[in-house]
Design a protein around this ligand. Structure first.
Ligand code: ASP
Length: 586
């Protein structure tokens, strides 16, 4: 027997008991004649103590110990004189009567404690050691809880978890596929699924009207901080549903996870806003609703001016930053540089400081005082709701680009003013996205969501029109679940009519031959009684990281890849030998 208890379990109620524990040695401290050892397992840390009068063998073995040695110990639970009330085992220690080294350890390359002294790259190379640290253990436990609660909730609602294959034919979702060469069919390749999209739709046609799967997806994209080449989705699909049925069903799941994982009640129903409203008021299709600071359109007020930048601009908009009128010239200059960075792309920044005069009236100090008098600036203040102590930040340019720049500036100001606390949650739905996006470079439309998303019924005339201006205006019956400025889930009501699906592929610029070669199976399936259906997929890693209060999804994936898509522990991807290549016909 290695242990009677775990290292997170013992407290004063065990005082006097003989126990046996097993775990890793986190730290050894010598104080006078006594040695204190922190013993760690995934449940916690328990303090062990070796004294002058401990058995000779225990004292001898203790001398030989090092960090990360695996040991099993036995001893008596005692009340500690120096209590640590921050941990559950902090009131006791174990006076050792025996200790066995189960396996020694080399000196670890970094400290394995709450905070480590190891850099990211080093810790990634020794991921199995990093995973011993409490923050990562907590992340893994949170992920487990999320997965279990998802499974139990959805199966209680009648959903079946059905697995779909990984070796498939390319499923276009907008990203590049990872491909796998076939040995048995030389010169041919499988693709790894970007999502089980077509399979879940086929399951609907097969009559499995409520499907879900916690499933790995693969996308060969350039990586950003919150992206991984392989990631996990909670993938769901339902038949005989309209948008509101889907939203209501998954609001249930969202509510359940908030309650069981974080013990937070979220508003019912969740706020919903349209894509166009989100763009207009937040400059983003994934608005962070933890704070207000809405975008206001000043274009009608800035047409008639000598200031050519505004006069010629397609759009002029402002955010009102509460209490920021005290921003210094230096801070404003720095902010101007910030909005001019290529990622934001604004050409400059106009500001207005609003302060109350002695008579109570507001006075304005702006960077465009030459062009706009008090009355004009008062008009801006009225529209934006600016009051004493507020700062207006104004950007101008092409409408969409300027709204997005204002959206980024809004988030930046939110960060600077501490309005984006990690433990405050503002979930919502965004809906009615455009169906299509025109790409100037390739001169064709792309599906904003994916090609299986249905147009809104009221936009069907435009969908069948050959005028690109009509097509641009078609809305999709699509929705996203957004949490704190992050898109956590996305889905849609699907096309279930073969002719409509064919039309969609045609709109996306595919020839009949191309459609037949790539999609004949799904178009065919639609001819055999496809029910109306729709669904959603949630980014599971991202959701876990938001619930765990972390910026990075990597902390919530046991063995993630780095920014260049490498597993630095395995050193993958790697060359394969010539024989292996030959066998694959490469
Ligand atoms: N398959 C979609 C995605 O991965 C989600 C969905 O439409 O259900 O984004």
């Amino acid at each position: 027997m290695y242990r009677t208890h775990t290292c997170g379990e013992l407290d004063l109620s065990y005082a006097g008991r003989q126990v046996q524990l097993a775990g890793w040695i986190q730290r050894i401290r010598k104080l006078g004649g006594m040695t204190f050892i922190d013993l760690r397992d995934r449940y916690g840390i328990t303090q062990l103590v070796v004294k002058e009068d401990s058995p000779a063998l225990v004292k001898e073995t203790t001398e030989s110990l090092g960090r990360e040695y695996v040991v099993t110990v036995c001893g008596t639970v005692l009340e500690r004189s120096n209590k640590n009330m921050n941990i559950p085992t902090g009131e006791i220690e174990i006076a050792l009567t025996g200790i066995d080294v189960l396996n020694p350890s080399q000196v670890p390359p970094f400290t394995i404690e709450e905070e480590s002294d190891g850099g990211e790259e080093l810790r990634a190379r020794y991921r199995y050691l990093d995973l011993r640290r409490t923050p990562l253990q907590k992340a893994m436990m949170l992920r487990h809880l999320m997965a279990q609660e998802t499974r139990s909730y959805l199966s209680r609602c009648g959903f079946l978890e059905i697995e779909t294959p990984f070796l498939i034919k390319s499923t276009p979702e907008g990203a590049r596929d990872f491909v796998v060469p076939s040995r048995m069919n030389q010169g041919q390749f499988y693709a790894l699924p970007q999502s089980p999209q077509q399979f879940k739709q086929l399951l609907m046609i097969a009559g499995y009207d409520k499907y879900f799967q916690i499933v790995r997806c693969f996308r060969d994209e350039d990586l950003r901080a919150d992206r991984q080449p392989e990631f996990t989705q909670i993938d769901c699909e339902m038949s005989f549903v309209e948008r509101d049925d889907v939203l209501a069903q998954f609001e249930g799941l969202i509510r359940h996870l908030f309650k069981t994982v974080l013990d937070i009640e979220i508003p019912s129903p969740l706020p919903r806003i349209t894509y166009s409203m989100a763009m207009e008021k937040y400059g983003s299709d994934k608005p962070d609703m933890r704070f207000e600071m809405l975008i206001h359109d000043l274009t009608p007020l800035t047409r008639d001016t000598e200031f050519s930048v505004f006069r010629n601009a397609d759009y002029v908009g402002a955010i009102c930053v509460k209490g920021a009128a005290g921003y210094t010239r230096k801070q404003l200059d720095e902010l101007t540089e910030w909005v001019k960075r290529p990622q934001i792309g604004a050409s400059g920044l106009v500001y207005v400081r609003c302060t109350a005069e002695d008579d109570g009236n507001l006075s304005y100090k702006s960077s465009v005082d030459k062009f706009f008098d008090r009355q004009a600036l008062e008009g801006w203040a009225q529209i934006t709701g600016a009051a004493d102590g507020d700062l207006l930040l104004v950007l101008s340019g092409p409408r969409k680009k300027t709204l997005e720049a204002l959206g980024s500036l809004r988030l930046e100001m939110g960060n600077r003013l501490g309005l984006r606390a990690k433990d405050v949650y503002a979930p919502l739905w965004v809906y009615d996205f455009p169906l299509l996006e025109w790409d100037d470079e390739t001169q064709r439309f792309y599906a904003k969501h994916h090609p299986f998303t249905a147009p809104k019924p009221e936009d069907l005339d435009k969908f069948y029109s050959d005028d690109p201006r009509d097509l641009e205006q078609v809305n999709a019956n699509a929705y996203d679940f957004v949490l704190n400025g992050t898109e956590v889930g996305g889905g849609s009501i699907r096309i279930h009519d073969s002719l409509m699906q064919e039309r969609m592929f045609r709109v996306l610029g595919m020839s009949e031959e191309e459609v037949n070669a790539k999609f004949s199976f799904i178009i065919n399936a639609f001819r055999y009684g496809a029910p109306p259906h729709g669904g959603i997929a949630f980014g599971f890693d991202r959701w876990c990281s938001l619930f765990g209060g972390s910026e990075s999804i990597r902390d919530f994936i046991a063995f993630p890849k780095n920014n260049s898509g490498r597993d630095v522990m395995l050193d993958a991807p790697a060359e394969i030998d010539a024989g292996q290549k030959k066998e694959l016909g490469l």
